[in-house]
Design a protein around this ligand. Structure first.
Ligand code: SF4
Length: 372
């Protein structure tokens, strides 16, 4: 049974009712022991947990310190393309938005990589809009070997692919795939995805299973916070993570928790997730899953990011550009969304060091893993 089939058996109405009727006793129980327990995750995400955020934060900080020390993994997104054959009403790359479109040539990719590498990064996230004919599997297969020559850890955030296509990329050195569901509410999903292949909710929900079967090291899951009720979306994200860990235990998992940001032609958030709510969310997931990597992008402000390291965040980007060619040719207005923390990577790292955390530029060498 795929996760899509499991999801169909869950009643959203009943889950929501349970989530909003939780009382303090259930939250207190969850604070003591919540690892791997979905009812505890529900309690920690509930409105009833709000008065306990400080206790959640103390516990989350202890667990994070035990498991990850003071380390924060550093990565940078590299946008390959802003072409897209979908319309998603929250995204600046939507097909119907009038903006200059481009995808990187091998030379342009090399220029971008030289700049990123020069800043010390060894972990890279290749990002593109979803355009199969111009930026599809053949394009990825031609670019990936160039990237793998320069970066030890290569992740991709592109359109969902078939299992054999993921396998081709893994054979070329791909280490991780990020694929976010955006929302687990199928009605909301249809409302925001108004054109293109991304409208296929089921295909997207089942994508992490195809990714896991391809032998990739890590899968990144996430929801776009603000499209629907964030508590319920986060709970279903927990269900998805739990399903994948049970069935595909060889993979590692990471979580991304982006809040909606302004973009060209974009919408305003349906439900606002406050800073306090995001702290609750991060702490709830840390208490639920001690091994989980949690990344925080430059969508969040500098001061907020600086205060979150100890609570569960394990990976950050810094000095990011969200446009193709944006490191060598900034401000060409091809961005996917506005970033909120516009410090350079050096400024971000200095602030991190001042808080007692350690930037980790390299923590992976595939040859060493394959020795066993
Ligand atoms: S969210 Fe992805 S698929 Fe949707 S418009 Fe943006 S780039 Fe395209």
């Amino acid at each position: 049974m795929s996760f899509y089939d499991e999801l169909k058996l869950l009643s959203r109405e009943q889950l929501k009712l349970a989530l909003y009727s939780i009382g303090p006793a259930e939250v207190e129980r969850a604070l003591v022991n919540s690892e791997g327990d979905l009812s505890s995750l529900m309690a920690l995400l509930s409105p009833a947990a709000e008065p306990y955020i400080e206790e959640m934060a103390i516990r989350a900080a202890e667990i994070t310190r035990q498991r990850f020390g003071t380390n924060i993994g550093m990565y940078l997104p590299l946008y390959l393309s802003n072409l897209c054959a979908n319309d998603c009403d929250y995204c600046g790359f939507s097909m119907s938005n009038k903006l200059k479109r481009k995808f990187l040539t091998a030379d342009e990719l090399q220029q971008e990589m030289n700049i990123i590498k020069g800043q010390g990064f060894d972990s890279i996230l290749l990002v593109s809009g979803e355009h199969e004919s111009k930026v599809g599997i053949d394009y990825f297969c031609s670019m990936l070997p160039l990237v793998k020559k320069q970066f030890s850890y290569v992740a991709m955030e592109v359109q969902p692919l078939e299992e054999d296509e993921y396998r081709r990329l893994v054979n070329l050195g791909l280490d991780a795939v990020m694929l976010y569901q955006e929302t687990y509410n199928p009605t909301t999903y249809q409302k925001h995805h108004t054109w293109g292949k991304k409208q296929d909710y089921r295909y997207r929900v089942e994508s992490p299973e195809r990714i896991a079967r391809s032998g990739v090291d890590k899968i990144g899951l996430g929801v776009l916070l603000g499209l629907d009720d964030w508590r319920l979306d986060a709970l279903l994200l927990g269900h998805h993570l739990s399903y994948l860990e049970r069935h595909y235990w060889r993979c590692r998992y990471s979580l991304s928790l982006p809040r909606l940001r302004p973009c060209t032609g974009g919408i305003s958030p349906q439900t606002v997730l406050t800073d306090k709510g995001l702290v609750q969310l991060i702490c709830a997931f840390r208490l639920f899953n001690q091994q989980l990597e949690i990344s925080l992008s430059t969508r969040e402000s500098a001061s907020f990011r600086d205060n979150l390291y100890g609570l569960g965040v394990t990976h950050i980007s810094a000095g990011s550009s969200t446009e193709p060619g944006g490191y060598s040719n900034p401000k060409s207005q091809l961005d996917q969304f506005e970033i909120n923390d516009d410090r350079s990577s050096a400024e971000t790292v200095n602030a991190m060091l001042a808080k007692g955390f350690t930037p980790v530029w390299k923590d992976w060498q595939s040859e060493w893993v394959n020795l066993a």
